[in-house]
Design a protein around this ligand. Sequence first.
Ligand SMILES: NC(=O)c1ccc[n+]([C@@H]2O[C@H](COP(=O)([O-])OP(=O)(O)OC[C@H]3O[C@@H](n4cnc5c(N)ncnc54)[C@H](OP(=O)(O)O)[C@@H]3O)[C@@H](O)[C@H]2O)c1
Length: 238
Amino acid sequence: MSMKNGAIWITGASSGIGRETAIKFLRNGYFVAASARRKELLTSLQQFTDDKNESRLLPIDLDISDFEAVNKTADKINRAENVSCLINNAGITTFSPAIENTNEEVKQIIDINLSGSIFAIQAVLPAMIKHGKGTIINIISVAADKVFTNSSVYSASKAGLLAYANVLREEVREHNIKVINVLPGATKTPIWPNEQLEKFSERMMSPADIAKLLFDFYETEGSLVPEEVTIRPIKGDI
Ligand SMILES: NC(=O)c1ccc[n+]([C@@H]2O[C@H](COP(=O)([O-])OP(=O)(O)OC[C@H]3O[C@@H](n4cnc5c(N)ncnc54)[C@H](OP(=O)(O)O)[C@@H]3O)[C@@H](O)[C@H]2O)c1
């Protein structure tokens, strides 16, 4: 299979939606820069490429909340292959009432979900503007605009990213940069505690199905861009 043009940078590619998305793009001939903190899980993505020399997979050990490291990562990927698509997927949550949130918990969720996503966008934008094209896909959540108790900080981080990306879209339209906000509902991944997975996993969406949709959004050509897409399990929220 010949390699397709441009790098797809997927943050949080070691698990769940990010991992399935990396697999989908690798299987379809793309160069994938896969970042997360657990590098051994990224390296294992090599089995999903058709080449055996690692040329289409760039695994990168990265804490997305580290501004300097995010910039170095973007430079590293751009040296290998221009970033044509950033998939801002790295994210964490906790499930606890607002009154119980610790300072550390608040800081971590905002630093990773909101600041980290903004850092990655800032790091790829100059080259995208220079090349006159690019795609930024933000994995947000239905929690950005629907109330789920015990998820106040998570919801704030996702609503913040949604607001940021809506402004960004208007600023970069003229450069032919597409900003796609995806708001998934419950998806069967390790972000959920085991107890919730045991109870509800039958009703949750599959991360591979989400990955297929993200892939289709990226590959969609022509005169349109899906700007904001909410995806729910067929039987609704859990
Ligand atoms: N699952 C759902 O129901 C659901 C619904 C709506 C939205 N989402 C969103 O989907 C995205 C992916 O979540 P998931 O469900 O696939 O969960 P997951 O399986 O737990 O994956 C989370 C990913 O984020 C990475 N990550 C966490 N902290 C990081 C950090 N400091 N630096 C870099 N990477 C970090 C993890 O990698 P390392 O630990 O290796 O760093 C992992 O690859 C998240 O943004 C989440 O909010 C999920």
